[in-house]
Design a protein around this ligand. Structure first.
Ligand SMILES: [Cu+2]
Length: 218
C-alpha cells in the first residue's frame, strides 16, 4: 500500500477485491455526479432573479412515476453491488483442491511462525521479523491459528485480513501475482508488544522459491 490511495493488488484474490472496490467507487461517483448536477441545475435555474414575488412553480404532492423510479433505481444498484460482492468474496474464499504450497501460520504473543509443510520453519524475533517467502503464480494455502490470544494476519497489498483465533484454525489461499516484498502485521490488539508484531512477505519466482526452500531445509 505504501500510503497511496489506489490499491495495488499483489495476489489474484486481491485483484478481485480491488475490482469490487473500483465498482463501488465508480457507482458512488456516478450517483454523486447526478445528484450534485441536479442540485446545481435547480439552484441556478430557479434562483431568485431580482423580483421579490415571482410566480409559484407548479404545485403537486405526489408523482408516482418519479417515486417508483427513485425507489427502484437505488434498489437495483444496491442489489447489483450485493451480487457482485457476494461473488467476489466467494472467489477470494475459494480453496483450491490441490494447493502447491501449504504453510501453517501460527500467531503468538508476539510473533509469527511460518511452518512450510515439508519444511522449512521460519521463526521470527523482534530484531529479525520473520519473512514469508511465496512463489509467484502458484497456489499457496495458509492454515492460520494462534497459540494464545486473538491475533490477525494482515498484508495490506493482499487486501486481505484474517483473524487468528486459538483453537479455531482457518484456511485461505493466496495466488501471488506480483514480485516484491510486502509488509505484514498483526491487526488485532493482542497485548503489550502488539505493535512490534510485524512480518514481511517476499514473492519470488518458482525457481527462486525452490532454491530458497532447499537452502533452508533442515
Ligand atoms: Cu498479535
Amino acid at each position: 500500500m505504501h500510503g497511496q490511495m489506489w490499491p495495488s493488488p499483489a495476489t489474484a484474490q486481491a485483484s478481485v477485491l480491488a475490482n469490487d472496490w473500483l465498482l463501488f467507487g465508480t457507482a458512488g461517483l456516478a450517483v454523486a455526479v447526478i445528484v450534485w448536477g441536479l442540485i446545481l441545475f435547480s439552484v441556478f435555474r430557479w434562483r431568485r432573479k431580482g423580483q421579490t414575488e415571482g410566480p409559484l412553480p407548479p404545485q403537486f404532492d405526489s408523482n408516482n412515476p418519479l417515486e417508483i423510479a427513485w425507489t427502484a433505481i437505488p434498489l437495483l444498484i444496491v442489489l447489483a453491488l450485493f451480487v457482485y460482492t457476494y461473488r467476489a468474496e466467494a472467489d477470494v474464499e475459494r480453496l483450491a483442491p490441490k494447493p502447491d504450497v501449504i504453510v501453517d501460520v501460527n500467531a503468538y504473543q508476539w510473533n509469527w511462525t511460518f511452518a512450510y509443510q515439508g519444511g522449512p520453519t521460519v521463526q521470527g524475533s523482534f530484531a529479525d521479523p520473520p519473512q514469508l517467502v511465496l512463489p509467484l503464480g502458484e497456489t499457496v494455502r495458509i492454515v492460520l491459528t494462534s497459540s494464545d490470544v486473538d491475533h490477525a494476519f494482515w498484508v495490506p497489498d493482499f487486501l486481505f485480513k484474517r483473524d487468528a483465533i486459538p483453537g479455531h484454525p482457518t484456511s485461505f489461499d493466496l495466488n501471488p501475482s506480483k514480485l516484491g516484498t510486502y509488509l505484514g502485521r498483526c491487526a488485532e490488539f493482542c497485548g503489550f508488544d502488539h505493535a512490534l508484531m510485524d512480518f514481511s512477505v517476499r514473492v519470488v519466482s518458482s525457481s527462486d522459491f525452490n532454491r530458497w526452500r532447499s537452502a533452508h531445509h533442515t
